[in-house]
Design a binder for this molecule. Sequence first.
Ligand code: ADP
Ligand code: ASP
Ligand code: MG
Length: 412
Amino acid sequence: MALIVQKFGGTSVGSPERILKVAERALRTKRDGHQVVLVVSAMGHTTDELLELMEKIAVRPNPRELDMLLSTGEQVSIALVASAISAIGGKGISLTGAQAGIRTEPLHTKAKIADIQTDRLRQLLADDHIPVVAGFQGITYNGEICTLGRGGSDTTAVALAAALKADMCEIYTDVSGVYTADPRVVPEARLLPEISYDEMLELASLGAQVLHPRSVEYAKQYNLFIRVRSTFDEGLGTVVKGVNELENQTPVRGVTADLNQAKVALKEVPDRPGVAARLFGALSDRGINVDMITQSVRGEQTNDIGFTVTKEELERAVQVTEEVGREVGAKGVVSDEDVAKVSIVGSGMVNHAGIAAKMFQALADGQINIQMISTSEIKVSCVISRSQAQQAVRLVHNAFHLGAPLPAVEAT
Ligand code: ADP
Ligand code: ASP
Ligand code: MG
């Protein structure tokens, strides 16, 4: 008997018919002799709709109230999924994050899980129940509901699997697994049978929505396998695990784009020591995460300093940059939301020369201008114009032949 955590995303529980299918799948696993814990997301586009509703009420909503509102989406689906399981002969029981023992740090809209008390879940499992837990939420020690950031139900599932020492965490979604690029953007993208934690973490952090980045961090930390697979077919999907045997054959594992980026530039900054330290110190003091940074020489005495942040942080980043700009005597601040970050990821990249150059050439061939570049051992990222993001992903995917079948592995 294995203990399996199964997570179903928004599309998978998007209608009563789909909810019944989810219930059937869970009950089938239970009847195969396993213990099952379900984690579910809000139905369909519920979370987006709740956000739009709040936008009509408040321009800058109180984060506490936003969490109160958003957490209701998952509460609808747990009650329906648990009832569906019971309706077909199982013992379904719904649990909010708090009822499932999920404690979070006190940070509204992007909390991290602090710990999980599993007593109640274990008791329910021992009593043959299928607990259905609300994804994306938990409760602080002061009793406040906090959510984990968009896409956070994946993290609920993996964290629960780790806390329960589950044998497997299955993430059921609306595509057949992790592909070399978003299959909705690149139809010839190839399904990856396996991917390493490090590569998956980069892909997820760089915009591949299929897994929430923190869920991959947890899985790596607890050495827990994740299987990403489709709710709608019986395929085996992709296993995310420690080592990837195919690493050295294909230096680039996947391509992704992050559209949630914005660029800020401080223009004509006096060229003297301490300016960058002052600017990035001030941004970090306000909790603003800076991603890429460039400094370009403008003339004899001045520089431009550019950097990227997420769209949500743009307004605050501009404010801080304007303050620092006045203080250091810069000419002005400009910002641009019309950007995207396109990245290639692969842990075999370090051993291969010319990977970055090939990516730049692919973009050049498509007349796509690169505004910023950053590299690490396992990724190369370029900031480009947002309207060219999808074209860029297709061109780069094609340049690295990622849609081609894998070369045959030679017997040793
Ligand atoms: P869920 O609601 O099940 O959590 P998400 O919408 O959060 O589903 O994530 C699944 C989506 O991720 C897919 O529909 C797909 O468009 C997108 N995606 C982006 N990059 C990739 C990738 N490399 N492989 C698979 N899916 C990807
Ligand atoms: N419902 C939340 C969202 O849409 C969490 C999730 O689906 O993982 O972001
Ligand atoms: Mg998701």
